[in-house]
Write a new protein. Structure first.
Length: 380
């Protein structure tokens, strides 16, 4: 549990933990459900305003607890309706969340870490380095803030219909905080989102894919980006620990948990790197006949990158080649690039990389499963 001073921050605690917190203080467990409704469904953070709680309990909560929200430093609005928020994360660091409105849905892309240690070569977040994991309160707080400031949809529903863990950080590398945050997102007493409308994206931390299947089983997106281990080792370095074959086995286990469950495979299109026809054929060999969807993502440049975006014609021909083999293949529309809010551009502010350097000391060497060579294994 996070705390402000000697007060416990109740934001981000899942129902079971919140019930235990109340019970330990002599209160009935159903008080947890009441509090969750006030905070997440009504947007109330003042205990004094929670009028179905007794005055004595409200006073007790004021003395012992808080609803601690992340501080918003700025908001940027794109010409296409995309909105990006910068949230302070302490010591001069900051993380970002992005809202993407569409006619049929409103998607909020949230962060799980301050920076990222996995160092995918085409990602602005990895280029920034890594500072620390976010707490469950900081993760949930992004959703809470967006829900409060966004106007409801024309049908009266919340502006946020979908939440995706595709912002800064590798969600499964912060599993201890992501799991309770997911529970809050899914809880009927909190945000009440469908499992199919919450997506966790991962670069491929295989053991935690299996844990996620057992614990939450939300929608899963996998950053694939290459059909061969040789290329993926360069683009997504965690592939050296969990190569493609092992990763796909975990994906098919995950999909088997529910009927009609598909895994989304993200594939950023890099000019002259992974966009040739033979790479499309490689994806066909890996994914044909499997419960897979492929999301082709035009690369979004950022300062210091060596990569360029594949041409529109190249992306279209790549997609057509996949579809000829009856694979579901879509191309993501670039949104928010005028405010650096497009996919792969989120960098926040990660100026203190002390934790990244410390982390490098705890990155152990493990045998590469293909060659016996020594490969980096990130501590999770």
């Amino acid at each position: 549990m996070s705390a402000a001073g000697d007060k416990t921050n109740l934001l981000g605690l899942p129902q079971r933990e919140l019930e235990d917190w109340f019970a330990a203080r002599g209160e009935k467990p159903f008080r947890a459900r009441q509090l969750m409704q006030w905070v997440y469904q009504r947007g109330v953070t003042s205990f004094d305003a929670m009028t179905d709680l007794s005055k004595g309990l409200r006073a007790k909560l004021d003395d012992m607890a808080t609803i601690g929200l992340p501080v918003v430093q700025s908001q940027h609005d794109s010409a296409d309706g995309t909105i990006k928020w910068l949230f302070a994360s302490g010591n001069g660091q900051a993380i970002e969340a992005v809202y993407i409105p569409e006619p049929s849905r409103g998607t909020l892309c949230i962060s799980s870490q301050v920076g990222c240690a996995l160092d995918c070569s085409f990602c602005a977040t990895g280029h920034q380095g890594f500072n620390r994991n976010l707490t469950a309160a900081e993760i949930v707080g992004q959703v809470w803030h967006a829900r409060q400031v966004l106007s409801p949809r024309p049908n009266g529903e919340s502006a946020i219909t979908n939440v995706v863990f595709m912002g800064m950080g590798e969600p499964l590398a912060n599993y201890r905080a992501v799991k309770p945050a997911l529970e809050v997102l899914l809880s009927d007493w909190a945000f009440g989102l469908s499992r199919r409308r919450v997506t966790v994206s991962t670069s491929g931390i295989v053991p935690h894919i299996d844990r996620l299947a057992a614990d939450c089983n939300v929608s899963l997106a996998v950053s694939l980006h290459a059909p061969t281990d040789e290329l993926r080792d360069v683009l997504v370095p965690i592939n050296r620990l969990h190569p493609i074959g092992e990763l796909l086995d975990a994906c098919w286990r995950y999909a088997a948990q529910h009927t009609n469950r598909y895994i989304t495979f993200e594939y950023v299109m890099l000019r002259g790197v992974n966009d040739a026809p033979e790479y499309a054929e490689g994806l066909v060999r890996l994914l044909k006949g499997k419960p897979a969807k492929i999301n082709l993502i035009p690369f979004n440049p950022f300062p210091g990158t060596e990569y360029e975006r594949s041409s529109a014609d190249t992306i279209r021909h790549f997609q057509q080649r996949l579809r000829r083999h009856n694979l579901i293949a879509t191309t993501r529309r670039t949104r928010g690039d005028d405010i650096d809010a497009a996919c792969g551009q989120l960098a926040g502010r990660v100026s203190d990389r002390v934790q990244r350097r410390l982390g490098e000391r705890t990155i152990s060497k493990s045998p590469d499963r293909r060659s016996g060579a020594s490969r980096n294994r990130a501590t999770v």
